[in-house]
Design a protein around this ligand. Structure first.
Ligand code: SF4
Ligand code: SF4
Length: 126
């Protein structure tokens, strides 16, 4: 069973992804590629593409709602790591629901995570 995010990507094409600039500075422990970001204000940068009227992160590959992956998954910024898919760990996720709805996708449910073969969904980075 593939991770549901690998056939979604809605949150990467719905929200502005903003975070402290230090996440792009390796000498401060950051790992987000700076060239994929743009300055937002004196303290924050945003992933390129996510400030557009129809946002789409520059690091997103594939087609939303079909097959997607994040080109910088292991180096993604903190807001991406913090956005939990709904019910993956037994909790709702209004952000996930909102992003999916904006792309015409139904919300995830607790049943999304029950694989008929009893397998645990593969990690998102797979
Ligand atoms: S967190 Fe939710 S909206 Fe984002 S990719 Fe996963 S399923 Fe889609
Ligand atoms: S960095 Fe990756 S996970 Fe974050 S919005 Fe962009 S494509 Fe999505």
């Amino acid at each position: 069973m593939n991770h549901p995010c690998l056939s979604c990507g809605a949150c990467c094409a719905h929200f502005r992804v903003a975070f402290h600039w230090s996440e792009t500075e390796s000498f401060l422990g950051g790992s987000v590629p700076a060239e994929l970001t743009e300055k937002l204000d004196p303290h924050r940068v945003a992933m390129r593409g996510t400030q557009a009227r129809q946002p789409r992160c520059v690091a997103l590959r594939g087609r939303v709602g079909e097959v997607v992956h994040c080109d910088i998954y292991a180096r993604r910024p903190s807001p991406c790591a913090a956005l939990a898919p709904a019910w993956e760990h037994g909790e709702p996720s209004p952000q996930c629901d909102r992003a999916r709805a904006a792309h015409g996708l139904p919300p995830l449910t607790p049943d999304t995570w029950i694989d008929p073969d009893g397998e645990t969904p593969l990690p998102r980075s797979a």
